[in-house]
Design a protein around this ligand. Structure first.
Ligand code: PXG
Length: 444
């Protein structure tokens, strides 16, 4: 093993860390160590600049190592490192909640803080069940998710998720049923939202007939699915889902962990698609990925339901929360990140760069094994024909080939996923697709 690529760590020293969602054996034999970051680039242990075409893991869209965030975090650590999250408060938590609700649409006006996307999802699911219980409908416990969905790895998110291997090893999960995904072969190579398939939302009617609305707490979807390879909602699909949820009084949860804060070209996908959920899950770009933080934003009526049922005013209305809910350092990072987002008009910048990105990604059509290309905002995926018996093999080969040529891309299932930073330049986009063109073009 070349010590250069592992920053001087020996093979033995790589052993103790059990890496998440990683082929540990392969990584430890072929380490790909990142030791620095700046703007749109990583620095690898062997001294190469690597373009970050995924914004970390969809979280660092405003660029790496933003000095404003560094300054805010160090100031906060020197002022108040931690305050109890419960029964006592600190001002930044309230400031940040106001800041977020000033951005969210309609009456999505109450913010519950947690530490990750997974915690945001499980918080939202508990909030939905508790809401119905307090409304006198304790039977509403079932969740409706969607095939190929990713909602994090906690037990609720695992239950409503729709990626088979993420569910199979964990025994009994929460009661849930999955709607069909919206990846239709007839929409292959669509630019932006696909035309066909809005009627897939009508499957919710069948679920309501089969399970009865009185047993269903909520429907949860990603406005577009990110980690399964940028699966987009057909035109009219989300609107239809919203109509049906309203008709049957089901809560609609948007998991905006990936789409929140600019990725679609507006603050939230709810704005871009003009469909308002009842609960929204946020994380990732909230702090530009710098400090772990998640948030759940609820409609006013949901919060008021908990308050009205709360009993004595010193009593706890929602028995839920984390030691690190609204951690002062995370709040400071988020406030600084949102300053950057607003001052640099990054949602607008994403919207402006998106057509260039769209043209560039679709330029790969016609390369060997490329069976579909999808894009929206600054997110895109290139789907490769599966290697017989090993569907994930070609994307891994492509990602490793790109890494060797100074480009970090994400692979998931049979797709390569891209989510460049909003501060990327056209040259960076050109570089990304010229490397991908070479690497895919050279596949055996
Ligand atoms: N919801 C969605 C929609 C996500 O994309 C989570 C919840 C969970 O967030 P945390 O912070 O608990 O990881 C996610 C996470 C990928 C990739 O390959 C995507 C995620 C995480 C890791 C890899 O696209 N999304």
């Amino acid at each position: 093993m070349n010590a250069d690529v592992s920053d001087g760590l020996t093979r033995d020293e790589l052993e103790a860390y059990w890496m998440p969602f990683t082929g540990n054996r392969d990584f430890k034999d072929h380490p790909r160590m990142i030791v620095g970051g700046d703007g749109c680039y990583y620095l690898s242990a062997d001294g190469r600049r690597i373009f970050d075409s995924v914004s970390g893991l969809w979280c660092c869209g405003f660029g790496h190592n933003r000095r404003e965030i560094t300054a805010a975090v160090s100031r906060q650590l020197a002022t108040l490192d931690y305050a109890p999250a419960m029964q006592f408060g600190h001002p930044l938590a309230f400031q940040l909640a106001n800041r977020i609700t000033a951005m969210t649409p309609a009456d999505l006006d109450y913010v519950f803080f947690c530490n990750s996307g997974s915690e945001a999802v499980d918080t939202a699911l508990k909030m939905a069940r508790a809401y119905w219980c307090l409304k006198g409908e304790p039977g509403r416990t079932k969740f409706i998710g969607r095939a190929k969905a990713y909602h994090g790895v906690n037990i609720g998110g695992t239950s409503v998720g729709g990626v088979g291997p993420n569910r199979e090893l964990y025994g009994e999960l929460l009661d849930s049923a999955q709607l069909s995904h919206t990846l239709l072969p007839e929409n292959a190579f669509s630019r932006g939202l696909p035309e066909k398939g809005a009627e897939l939302a009508d499957q919710l009617e069948e679920f309501v007939a089969r399970y009865d609305a009185g047993n269903i707490a909520a429907v949860i979807v990603e406005p577009f699915a990110g980690s399964a390879g940028v699966i987009l909602p057909p035109r009219g699909y989300l609107e239809r889902l919203r109509e049906l949820c309203t008709k049957h009084e089901l809560l609609l949860i948007f998991d905006e962990v990936i789409t929140g804060f600019g990725r679609t070209g507006r603050n939230f996908a709810a704005d871009t698609f003009a469909v308002i959920p009842d609960i929204m899950c946020l994380a990732k770009a909230l702090t530009n990925g710098s400090v772990p933080m998640g948030a759940v934003v609820a409609r006013s009526e949901i919060y008021q339901t908990f308050m009205a049922a709360g009993g004595h005013d010193y009593a706890i209305e929602f028995p839920h929360g984390y030691t690190y809910s609204a951690h002062p350092v995370a709040c400071a990072a988020a406030l600084a990140a949102l300053d950057i987002f607003e001052q640099e008009k990054l949602a607008e910048r994403c919207r402006e760069l998106a057509p260039y990105f769209e043209a560039a990604i679709h330029g790969l059509q016609g390369l060997p094994y490329v069976v579909d290309i999808r894009n929206f905002g600054l997110a895109g995926a290139i789907q490769l024909d599966a290697y017989p018996g090993e569907p994930a093999r070609r994307p891994v080969e492509v990602a490793m080939g790109c890494w060797d040529k100074g480009l970090y891309v994400r692979y998931a299932g049979d797709s390569i996923a891209l989510a460049p930073p909003f501060i990327a330049e056209k040259d960076d986009i050109d570089f990304t697709f010229s490397v991908l063109n070479d690497v895919i073009g050279a596949l055996p």
